[in-house]
Write a protein of this length. Sequence first.
Lengths: 613, 487, 118
Amino acid sequence: MGIIKILLVPLAAAFLLLITGRTRILREVLAVGLSGLFLGLSLFLYGHETSFSLKLFSFQLSFSLNPLSWFFLFMVSFFTFLTVIYSARFDYQKNNLSWFHFAFFMKVFSMAAIVLASDLLVFFIFWEIMSLFTYFLMVQKGGEKDFSAGAKYLILSLFASVVFLVVLVSLYFKAGSLNYLDVSTYLLRTNLSYTVFVFCGLVLAFLVKSASFPLHYWLPDSYSNAPTTFTAFLSALSSRMGLYGIILLIYILFSGDLSSFRLSHFVNLRYILGVIAAFTMVIPTFTALMQDDAKRLMTWHSIGQGGYMLLGIAVGTPMALAGGLFHIINYASYILLIFLGIGAVEMRSGTTNLNKLGGLIKKMPVSFLAVLFGIIGLAGIPPMNGFVSKWLLYKSTIAAGFPFLALAAFLGTIGTILSVYKFIHNIFLGQLDGSYQKVKEVPFLMQLPMYVLMVMVWALGIFPSLALEPISRIQMFFGREPLSFSTSGVALSAGHLNMLTINFVMGAMLVLAAAVFLIGHRRIIVSQYNNYAAGHFLDEKTKYNYNYHFYPTLQRFIDSCNKEFINRGVDSIARGARQVSWFLRRIYGGNLNYYAWGITAAFLIIMGSLWFY
Amino acid sequence: MVNPLYILVSLVFFALLILFVQRFSKYFALLATAFNFYLSINILIAALKKPLLVNLGGWKVPFCISLFASPLSAALVLLVSLVGFCAVVFSFSYIEEERNRYYALLLLLLAGSSGVVLAADIFNMFVFFEILCISSYALVAYQRKADSFEAAFKYLVQGSVGSSFILIAIAIIYGLFGTLNLAHIARHISFPLTFSLKVALALLVAGFGVEAAIFPFNFWLPDAHPAAPSPVSAVLSGLAIKVGLYAVLRLIFTIFGYPGVFLPLLFLALFTFVVGEFAALAQGNLKRMLAYSSMGQIGLIAAVMSFGSVYTFTAGFLQIFNHALAKSVLFLASGVFFYQGHSLEISDLKGAGRKNVLVGAAFAAGIFSLVGLPPFLGFFSKLAILVSLFRTQGTLVLAYIFIFLIVILTAVEAAYFLRVLGVLYQKPAVFSAASGGKKMALMQIPVVFLGLLLLGLGLFPQIVQKIAYFAASSLLNKAAYIKFILG
Amino acid sequence: MDLVRSLYYLGAFLLIGIGFYAVLGKKNLIKVIMGLSLIDNGINLLFIAIGYVRHHTAPIITSQISDTSLMVDPVPQALVLTAIVIELSVLALALALAVKVFAVHKTLNLNKIKGLKW
């Protein structure tokens, strides 16, 4: 019964908000209250394993709550709650908010239904509904760019969905039912080529959704065009639905052993997924470097970090899987944090263009701290949580015998560190531009989620067991060995990781450095604008700040490599379709005689085929 | 009251009444279609239990003219009356001049469609078919613009060529068997077919295929559907082509009793599907795009149906329902946009969806249903099509090709529909909404109603599924057909 | 099949063929319509020919003549009557439309009346 209650909350929220959307106060209170209720219910369900079956409308819908579902459900509800609190005060520039909220909660509902499903048909139906509402959220601003970006997404998503549907139908006929258990028992018995077919068909839809290379081209445009709160939410959660699907596919449907599906001696499905993950880690993180828009930079990281999660899931050893799953929740926490910060900056300064911002640290200190915590996590630097999951991933890929994948992971981290430094520097550090003198910090209600997330990011860093506990339950649910961990770290034969120690060490060094800084050499405090340049007068208007063209050498190198294959490939497909369309249109040329000829000729063809058939 | 004859009689009666009493034409038409709708529901409920046979004039079968309401026919009659009713309500405000002739012709169109579906002998089918065609020729030319006349003329010539094919086939069949009653003819036909029967079948498929808009026969469609006024386009796209397809299928599968897959139709239909969906991509005029989309969909339906098994018929029938409702929504909505903005170019519609919230929402519902997204009816029909294709035994290769085409063409469909949807809701709105008021409300009612119906049937598809299954079994079961009519 | 009937059939199909030639090959609008008319006439002839039995008489029952075994098949004749009416209305509509098309395009050449294409 708990399942149905928890599903009804966001559904009810969606419809209630559609009706009451006009009055701001009522709307915000309802949204926050209902999402809080949702969070509460999901926390309450921790550790329960229930299942539920419902005959609704005309089908058998079956849901079940297992540790994996709970993990994702908690993520969905927690981050929804924080987003809703934040968006209560966010300035949406007078768009029609009742529809936004409706689409938002319908999406939350469909995400919850997806993770709670225990039947592939239910999964598919809600997957489609979720894609639809994601499209609605993306096109909120209503400009032409938004619609074309959204269309790119939905067309690709629909294509993948139809392939999924075809596989589903074929599975239904062979396995008899679409229940996860039945499907997995069937797949164990059947032959290799069919399982590869099923795997490829299903994984396509998930790779599209999680924006893995090479199907990632839709994400930067559509996510960065959406209003920032939605970008935050979409980056954190929506793409991870694809990962949920992949986890479902590998560990529940395929019973976890991908390496047995060999296409040749070296090539097996596990390695192919790993390679896809590798490309996804490296390429987008370096593309992120070159972006001039804060949101776009971070959305490229959405793509890139998804690669880490995919890596962990693909490799599959206890440490790798734990690392991958941990990375999912870590990533969601710090990307949400970063986007909340970006949203704050955007709301106060009116722009997200990295070349124009600068020096906002004094004016928006809370946002600065939030973004700082976020990027430390994103880059995988201790003491934040990103470090733990990345450490797990590096160690496990090397231990499992995939050195090149580990190398890719390292490269990705380098790209990440470079791009996040550019990010935080261009927004917060440096000299404050005159036009931003009046900028203040955002209201408290928007700061509150930032505080919560900062605490979460650090706490998960010090005590990773908070997350590793549910993760090990998931691993045991899959029938695999869990990672052994302790309260503040991981205990392995190959080496320990104790975050508490690391934190103390770092804290101690920080104190030492502060002491040296404050007590040591004398220093003179000067104004930011008091600069000297040889023979050159600098005043407030001329900034001596280094923002534009941040990594020139690296950029030159990347530009020469970046041929934009994927985008051009997609554009040529679209152009090809239009050409076919133009060609086929011309059949209808307008000459009546030809039309009549067509009729008689077709009659003769039918006659002929009947004669010989 | 539960007599299929009343449907035809009432429609023709009201049509004539409108022509003679030159006033209140709107109300008579509304009364006629409402009454028709009520009748068709009753007939469907009765036909699902036991098919209805009415012999006109008291003569005996097989010498009389009979009307046979099988579940398939009754379901199609229901669809005809439903869409017809919505079109009449829409025309209340939309059609402003020459009302008498318009409503009379529309009622005759509906009478013709119902007659084709209900007829139990071939010549009667032909006569009602001609009533349908002629009314549609005239209605296409209703707007009296340059392209209306040209479209109507071309449609007429092609339709006449088709009708002459049908007549030659009737002549051949009569010459061979001496009877016009469909069941009696069916009794005489057995496989393998003789040469003259093959000629007759080819002629019939070609002839009815013109109206059914299968590929080489459908050159009239992209011209005629946009040129007609919007409610007429809705009726033509939603009903007329389905009726033509019904005639083709009834003849191939029930009368000729073709076993298994009917390959010529399958190939032509696949080709129609491809041509229609692709050609819609490059269109700039909204109604022309919708017409090509209709072409593609009818290709899909015909291809599914030509596999010849009960499952594929059920799926095809579900898709008929889905397409008829969804396309009517789209055409009627385009009528609303035209009424306000006086232009049908897609680029002129920017922001139209924001100015007309309900119509825009219904338009979106129609689009999503055609593409096949849950929770609309289109999802079930697509699912049913895929399930039925997997179930076909034999000719597996064709089924796989077809599935592949469905996958690709769904993406293509999504492409052109989403483009329109995007334009409709675009932010800098170019679209200027003209007057509102009572007229607009009356025009919006049928659009919204059909949109809600799509959503409702999507959430509760059992009703339509059951009807579709009965319809499919009645189409395939030649022996039962003969037995029921001839005893 | 006896010679007379075959001659009728041949004539009917010939008429239909000439009609099709006109519809398929002629560029003038009016000639196309005439072609349609020819096709219809050919079909009517075909029907009558199908019902024809040699040496039999008209199928009219009066008070004196009621022996149906010596009459030609009446059904095709009824069919032809209906068909003539249908074809008449189609032709009338076609000619009306042709008048209007001419008024708009100022030409009867089908190659030039291509306002709607693609």
